[in-house]
Design a protein around this ligand. Structure first.
Ligand code: GH3
Ligand code: MG
Ligand code: MG
Ligand code: MG
Length: 337
């Protein structure tokens, strides 16, 4: 579906059935076991420009609706018919076919008020008692078509707004180059992750990592290749961590944070070493030659026994960063815990 813009919204709200507008392009289904009765209601509708189909009972009408992929704008049905009556038809259209917005108008000869009101219980939009005045049928039909169109348009608008909202949300937490999370996401999610770990008495670890001598990659092969290396680096790490549990944030240019829930200090050492080796051993594809790089890591975490007041996002990040710099100072391509 194409997105809606402000102009479209106004058009969608204004583009409803006007009092004298011909109803061309709209379709109606008239259901009645009497051919004569069908003609009496179908003819005035055709004169208004509607395309009118006819069925002689509820079963036939249901099949026809399915055959038409439910693309009928209004149903006008008799109540009493030999096989499936209008009440069952209405119920099935609403419940089985899910046509909650379809206007369904009953035409009936009964005048018992209680029975008439029962039609609303099965989902009727409106009713007319036979014999009816043609002008009244048309007038009511226009009101219901107008409302149905408005509802349809509003649903479309709501749908595209929801979609746009989801897209904006995804964009706002994603790093466009590598597809991993950005710091917006980290700010909110890391705090939650820490609280969850503390509440459930579980451990949580962080690994800060930074590509070694990345500036040389850019200097030697250009920024485009540098970007490709960044993407490949994230992909390589992504293959070494648990999908849907661990997550990666682009912390800075070529610096990334990996969050490892339910992982203690021993675990983070293993994961860090596994990542370090994978990066070292995996030549990263670029538009030129595949390039081999290394990265340095600093890891920290906490377990269930630690005093909760010392565990803050800031403390954890500072510790991981300091340990990363120890790795850099001790020759790079290593993990410090
Ligand atoms: P070290 O081993 O000490 O980390 O050395 P380094 O060269 O990796 O570190 P430095 O911080 O000196 O350089 C990082 C480089 O990363 C500089 C910057 O231009 C580059 N960079 C940052 N973001 C991007 C990006 O999005 N794309 C590309 N291609 N390069 C980036
Ligand atoms: Mg009948
Ligand atoms: Mg670096
Ligand atoms: Mg750096």
């Amino acid at each position: 579906a194409k997105p809606f813009y402000r102009g479209d919204v106004l058009k969608a709200v204004n583009n409803i059935v006007r009092p004298n507008k011909r109803l061309i392009g709209l379709t109606a289904l008239v259901v009645d076991d009497s051919q004569m009765a069908r003609r009496i209601s179908a003819e005035p509708l055709r004169r208004e420009g509607l395309t009118v189909f006819e069925c002689s009972d509820g079963d036939e009408a249901l099949c026809f609706m399915e055959k038409m992929h439910k693309k009928i704008d209004i149903v006008i049905t008799d109540l009493k018919m030999p096989k499936m009556g209008g009440d069952t038809l209405c119920l099935k259209l609403r419940q089985d076919l899910g046509l909650t917005d379809l206007p369904i108008i009953f035409l009936t000869a009964i005048s018992d008020h209680t029975l008439l009101l029962d039609m609303f219980k099965v989902g009727a939009t409106d009713y007319l008692v036979k014999p009816f005045v043609k002008e009244e049928l048309i007038a009511r039909l226009r009101v219901h078509l107008e409302r149905a169109q408005l509802t349809k348009n509003l649903r479309r608008i709501i749908g595209s707004l929801k979609k746009a909202n989801d897209e904006i949300r995804t964009l706002s937490i994603t790093d466009p180059l590598t597809g991993c999370y950005n710091r917006n996401y980290m700010g909110v999610q890391l705090k939650k992750e820490i609280r969850t770990a503390q509440r459930c008495k579980r451990s949580l670890s962080l690994l800060m990592c930074d590509i070694d001598h990345f500036k040389r990659v850019n200097d030697r092969y250009g920024h485009t290749v540098g970007d490709e290396v960044l993407k490949g680096f994230v992909e390589c790490m992504g293959g070494c961590i648990r999908a849907d549990i661990d997550w990666v944030v682009r912390f800075g240019g070529e610096e990334f944070l990996i969050v490892l829930p339910e992982t203690g200090v021993d675990g983070v050492r293993d994961v860090g070493e596994r990542l370090r080796r994978a990066v070292e051993e995996t030549p990263l594809k670029t538009s030129g030659d595949a390039l081999s790089i290394t990265a340095s890591f600093g890891g920290t975490g906490f377990g269930p026994g630690e005093p909760p007041n010392l565990i803050t996002v800031r403390n954890l990040l500072v510790t991981a960063d300091n340990l990363l710099y120890s790795s850099k100072n001790n020759g790079r391509n290593r993990v410090t815990i």
